[in-house]
Design a protein around this ligand. Structure first.
Ligand code: UD1
Length: 417
């Protein structure tokens, strides 16, 4: 059990370099098995989810190790195409190995993935798209089996821009015969990052960032070096913490356009936002105001992953704020925990209502999921007195050395393992 101790009420001030992106790292780690490849990745965050992906790679017969923020993979010796349940259940992204394994081996056997309990999280769109590429997939309770199949290019229309389904389809299409076009693709920056990596290893792919992606097999490289993009959700979290504590923080190494919707609402709440291409400064005088209604949407809309941390920043914003969650059914699990701090917040169905209060007081909370846990940290930093967050390892799935990063900005926080 991780225990986060926070003594709140201190302004966050200073400069922070944003860590590498978890959600960009995981599909790229899966993509490293598409062909026999030696791959060096830079700026990979040290996280539990990255560790889980490396263990899957080793289980499949690859060499995979992380030294600091560098990861070295050699997938030439890949010798298996099945992933056991105990590795699949560690995170949702393990399902991305399905597309990569089918591409490399023509078959795969795995179980349903784990991850945060944010709702049903089915994988029907993944299966739908992979079947159109010719994969013969059978779902049997908790097990998914892809029988030996020859993949061919296809024109695929995704009815919803699922991030994971788009990534899985991109990966399988890389080794299919002929061209694939994905219509209705997700447009997140992490999809663009995956395209960049696939181009680096030799795939002919274009269109990522728009809703149509074209993919065709190309001559594959044997050695590549690549760099992971910065994490826009970690950047959003620190920006919200700066806003909530009346702080003044400059985030470096990140393109502010990638989380411009979050910055827009912080500005609406009364923060000064100063940005250029590679950094953004968030300055708050601590007197925030309510922001009307925020609705989560697929990119470029407001990201569902930043919803809980923005909620935490609004707990002391004068007036009434509304948050409408449209991506996941069950993403307000942090609400009852935040009420322990004295927050005036309620949720019903997909809508949460926040009435700003003058003060929050420290309390004990239990982290419910990754971003919900981060929201508790943001709220604890802006509460008077001591907050203790008990966490069964959710937060360290996505935030690298987060206690140290926040301490360097002046927070009084430490993590007891
Ligand atoms: C990814 C991110 C996650 C983020 C989410 C939405 C990673 C590792 N995770 O998750 O942090 O919150 O995007 O931006 O990148 N759905 C279906 N059927 C499917 C697939 C998805 O109904 O086959 C639904 C999901 O239940 C959910 C919605 O579509 O309600 C969005 O899911 P999706 O975009 O696939 O998210 P993930 O890839 O799981």
């Amino acid at each position: 059990m991780d225990i986060w101790h926070i003594r709140g009420g201190r302004r966050l001030e200073g400069v922070s370099f944003v860590q590498g992106s978890k959600n960009a790292s995981l599909p790229i780690l899966a993509a490293s098995i598409l062909a026999p490849l030696q791959c060096e990745l830079h700026n990979v965050p040290q996280l539990r989810d990255v560790d889980a992906a490396l263990r899957i790679l080793r289980h499949l017969g690859c060499r995979a190790e992380q030294r600091g923020n560098e990861v070295y993979i050699d997938s030439t010796g890949l010798s298996g195409c099945s992933i056991p349940h105990h590795l699949m259940e560690e995170m949702r992204s393990s399902v991305i190995f399905m597309g990569a394994l089918i591409a490399r081996c023509g078959e795969a056997r795995l179980s349903l993935p784990g991850g945060c309990q944010l709702g049903k999280r089915p994988i029907d769109l993944h299966v739908f798209a992979l079947r159109q590429l010719g994969a013969e997939i059978e779902e049997n309770g908790m097990e998914i089996q892809c029988f030996p199949s020859r993949l061919h290019g296809a024109e695929i229309f995704l009815p919803f821009p699922s991030v994971g389904a788009t990534e899985n389809t991109m990966l399988s299409a890389c080794m299919a015969k002929g061209e694939t076009v994905i219509h209705g693709a997700a447009r997140e920056p992490e999809i663009l990052a995956l395209q960049d990596f696939l181009q680096t290893i030799g795939v002919h792919i274009s269109g990522a960032g728009s809703d149509t992606i074209q993919i065709e097999r190309g001559p594959m490289k044997k050695n590549v070096v690549s760099r992971i993009i910065p994490d826009r959700i970690v950047a959003s979290t620190i920006a919200c913490a700066a806003a909530a504590t009346g702080g003044d923080v400059e985030l470096r190494g990140i393109d502010p356009k990638q989380f411009s919707t979050v910055l827009h609402f912080l500005n609406k709440a009364g923060c000064d936002i100063m940005n250029n291409n590679r950094s953004v400064r968030v300055r708050s005088d601590g007197r925030l105001r309510a922001i009307g209604e925020v609705v989560t949407e697929p990119y470029p809309g407001f990201p569902t992953d930043a919803q809980p941390v923005l909620m935490a920043a609004l707990l002391k914003a004068e007036g009434r704020s509304l948050i409408r969650e449209t991506i996941f059914e069950n993403r307000f699990r942090q609400v009852p925990e935040l009420r322990r701090l004295g927050a005036d917040i309620s949720s019903s169905g997909q809508l949460a209502e926040i009435w700003g209060v003058d003060r929050l007081h420290g309390a004990a909370m239990t982290a419910t999921d990754l971003r919900g846990g981060a929201a508790m940290i943001v709220a604890g930093l802006s509460a008077d007195g001591e907050t203790v967050i008990c966490d069964d390892g959710h937060i360290t799935r996505g935030y690298e050395h987060f206690d140290m990063r926040l301490r360097s900005l002046g927070a009084d926080i430490y993590l007891e393992y």
